[in-house]
Design a protein around this ligand. Structure first.
Ligand code: SAM
Ligand code: DTB
Ligand code: SF4
Length: 343
């Protein structure tokens, strides 16, 4: 018997880099029988990546809490009482220490996050120094600071920044239910500036905020139809934080649905790194193994995300050993060209 995609356009196009996906095509991919979806995703994955290798990034919260934005999922918004203290920006030496510890454990990239709507003039020079210092340690650098203007993007590029993380979070239609203080278009504008400056874009979303299945397909469609796919696509499972408007969403997402989103992202963006991101504390080892089988090939590594817990690195190492997965090494990362080209 033929599988769901047999004989259709879908099968002939598997693995092709496209930028013209329709919502119906994406829905058809995402809703096919689970085994067919995973097989297709793994087939695409093997066309561009070593299936037994995972890239690891470690997060450091360089400026915690007190954020002016109202993102309904976020522990760091000043609008919600989450018990998180607003802190001053981290000192350069502390960032270096965290980078060295992450590198020692095998992480290849340091992702530095700040609870800002956008960076201000006073703090920005220190951020540039952080990028230069972390790079000098031989690690890749990633920043997530909120919205950027063109001048800031240029300065980051000159400092040698490798990646900028700026998530769309959800579909354009669902977005105003989650964030009202900045628009979906604001996010697209920053991503566009970053891409044009030649900095790798890291952009993804969150599953489990009460969005519909079709919102997930819409979010993936936005990424898949960008002129250049993001080099890295983090797929987060909502970490419900007490005090935020989304705290009640705990346990509401079916892990198979989350894995379907990962598999679909892999098929739509064959050359991008798809990151199994926040939410791993709620996923069993078996569910995470399915995420890797579905084409996830990157994780946040280290026992803390920005403000919430992440699995211990020892636990991840044990899981990798069970699965025969190797952590991508630094030299390999630097030798790779990670961006897809416009078709
Ligand atoms: N302030 C900057 C911004 O919003 O772009 C950078 C930091 S912000 C915390 C980075 C991303 O982390 C968000 O866009 C969101 O996708 C993700 N995130 C934050 N809180 C989360 C949560 N509770 N669960 C899952 N993902 C979360
Ligand atoms: C991304 O997509 N996920 C990371 C990173 N990019 C900045 C952040 C996850 C945060 C999870 C909740 C917390 O620890 O505060
Ligand atoms: Fe601020 Fe970023 Fe949290 Fe939104 S996600 S409240 S912008 S730190």
């Amino acid at each position: 018997m033929l599988n769901a995609a047999s004989g259709s356009n879908l099968e002939s196009k598997v693995g092709e880099i496209r930028h013209d996906w329709t919502l119906d095509e994406i829905r058809a991919l995402m809703n096919q029988p689970f085994n067919d979806l995973i097989f297709q995703a793994q087939t695409v994955h093997r066309q561009h990546f070593n299936p037994n290798e995972v890239q690891t990034s470690t997060l450091v919260n360089i400026k915690s809490g007190g954020c002016a934005e109202d993102c309904a999922y976020c522990s760091q918004s000043a609008r919600y009482d989450t018990g998180l203290e607003k802190e001053k920006m981290m000192a350069l030496q502390d960032v270096v220490d965290q980078a060295l510890a992450a590198r020692e454990k095998g992480a290849t990239r340091l992702c530095m996050g700040a609870a800002w709507r956008n960076p201000n003039k006073k703090d920005f020079p220190l951020v540039l120094d952080m990028v230069k210092m972390v790079k000098s340690l031989g690690m890749e650098t990633c920043l997530t600071l909120g919205m950027l203007d063109t001048d800031q993007v240029q300065q980051l590029k000159a400092a040698g920044l490798d990646y900028y993380n700026h998530n769309l979070d959800t579909s354009e239609a669902f977005y105003p239910k989650v964030i009202t203080t900045r628009s979906f278009q604001d996010r697209l504008d920053t991503i566009d500036k970053v891409q044009k400056a030649g900095i790798h874009v890291c952009s993804g979303g969150i599953i489990g905020m009460g969005e519909a299945h079709s919102d997930r397909a819409e979010l993936l469609k936005t990424f898949a139809n960008m002129q250049q796919h993001p080099s890295s696509v983090p797929i987060n499972l909502l970490v419900p934080v007490e005090g935020t408007p989304l705290a009640h969403m705990r346990g509401k997402t079916d892990s198979f649905e989350f894995i379907r989103v990962i598999a679909t992202a892999r098929i739509l963006m064959p050359k991008s790194y798809v990151r199994l991101s926040a939410g791993r504390m709620e996923l069993s080892d078996e569910a995470q193994a399915l995420c890797f089988l579905a084409g996830a090939n990157s994780i946040f590594y280290g026992d803390k995300l920005l403000t919430t817990d992440n699995p211990e690195s020892d636990h991840d190492q044990t899981l990798f050993a069970k699965l025969g997965i190797n952590m991508q090494a630094l030299a390999k990362v630097h030798g790779d060209d990670r961006s897809d080209s416009v078709a």
